[in-house]
Write a protein that binds this ligand. Structure first.
Ligand SMILES: Cc1cc2nc3c(=O)[nH]c(=O)nc-3n(C[C@H](O)[C@H](O)[C@H](O)COP(=O)(O)O)c2cc1C
Length: 319
């Protein structure tokens, strides 16, 4: 199946994933200018009225950049919508995105409702839905999404527990549309591996935390750079859903990472109180051991391109 036009002209097959708090306009603008998909959760624009301002300014900045660099591949913007009853902004945020004709909507948690899909499809936008299991993948496809994001074991934030090989392999048995794979992808070699497995795109989150443009504290960046996979804890304590977090931040919050209590899904909330938890408890995937510096996004994308080309050459696929 051919990819939707909006995903055909990237400088690298990479979708930068949306990250609560961390993905602000500076990060998204830098990602798009580097030719990959740049994204942010709608909920990062607080209060809700700020979403319109962010989109207006981002779209203007990217149009100006494209005009000044006619040959540059400028990536599209994607906005993440959390489909959950605790997200009381959903209708507002979708309306703003429809008004701005945001080319890609990334839906998470529940499958997107029919009205949301119809509204996005009406202007030619696409909806990619993020899943951690085969059952969720099937449900989202039945609902009518255009593509899937498979969140495998080791991903930052809310993460699955399945091997990427199992997840991609099983989904490819019944879906030949746009597929992105996530979970600890932080190098050009891993982007190629995701494609070799059957995905079309690498969906990368944590690597952008340790860039100059991310909206995180210097302590958080430093913790990413100095942590390894063994310093990442998988727990459902903080949001009711299992996710990966840096051990250092759990210790700093006065908790014992080896003995965390269990939580349950009824604790899941995307209301205003959730922001504080994510500011203090640092989400990150198991790929942190591959992040040893804090480059700019442009430098990072150039590095990924070099690594990707070198990996292709190593496997005799041509640069
Ligand atoms: C700090 C942090 C916050 C995140 N917040 C969100 C979010 O608000 N919405 C969402 O769909 N995914 C969120 N994610 C998950 C990412 O979109 C993506 O699935 C994950 O980062 C990919 O794995 P990686 O970090 O190992 O690259 C978050 C991830 C991190 C690390």
């Amino acid at each position: 199946m051919t990819l939707p036009p909006v995903l055909q002209h990237l400088s690298l097959p990479v979708i930068a994933s949306p990250m609560f708090i961390a993905s602000g306009p500076a990060l998204v603008a830098a990602q798009c200018k580097a030719g990959i998909v740049g994204s942010f959760p709608a909920l990062n624009a607080r209060p809700a009225e700020l979403l319109d301002t962010w989109l207006t300014e981002l779209q203007r900045e990217l149009a100006d950049y494209q005009a000044a660099h006619p040959d540059a591949r400028v990536g599209p913007i994607a906005v993440n919508q959390i489909v959950h009853q605790s997200n009381d902004r959903l209708a507002h945020d979708v309306e703003v995105c429809v008004r701005h004709q945001v080319p890609i909507i990334i839906s998470s948690l529940r499958a997107p409702p029919r009205e949301m899909l119809d509204a996005v499809h009406a202007y030619g936008g696409i909806v990619l839905h993020d899943v951690v299991s085969i059952r969720h993948a099937q449900k989202a496809l039945e609902a009518g999404v255009d593509g899937l994001i498979l969140v495998a074991a080791g991903a930052g934030g809310h993460a699955g527990a399945l091997s990427p090989f199992a997840l991609v392999g099983e989904v490819r048995k019944f879906f030949d549309g746009p597929l992105a794979l996530s979970g600890s992808i932080a190098t050009g070699d891993a982007i190629l591996a995701a494609q070799a497995m059957g995905a079309d795109f690498a969906y990368i989150g944590s690597r952008w935390l340790a860039t100059r443009e991310s909206n995180v504290s210097d302590d958080y960046r430093e913790a990413i750079v100095t942590s390894n996979a063994a310093d990442v804890v998988y727990t459902n304590l903080f949001t009711g859903v299992h996710g990966n977090y840096l051990k250092k931040s759990i210790v700093a919050a006065g908790l014992d990472p080896e003995n965390l209590p269990e939580s349950d899904k009824s604790k899941m909330s995307f209301g205003s109180g959730s922001a504080k938890a994510w500011r203090d408890i640092w989400g990150a995937g198991q790929g942190v051991g591959l992040m040893d510096d804090v480059p700019s996004v442009a430098e990072m994308v150039e590095r990924l391109k070099r690594e990707y080309a070198a990996a292709r050459a190593r496997l005799s696929l041509g640069a």
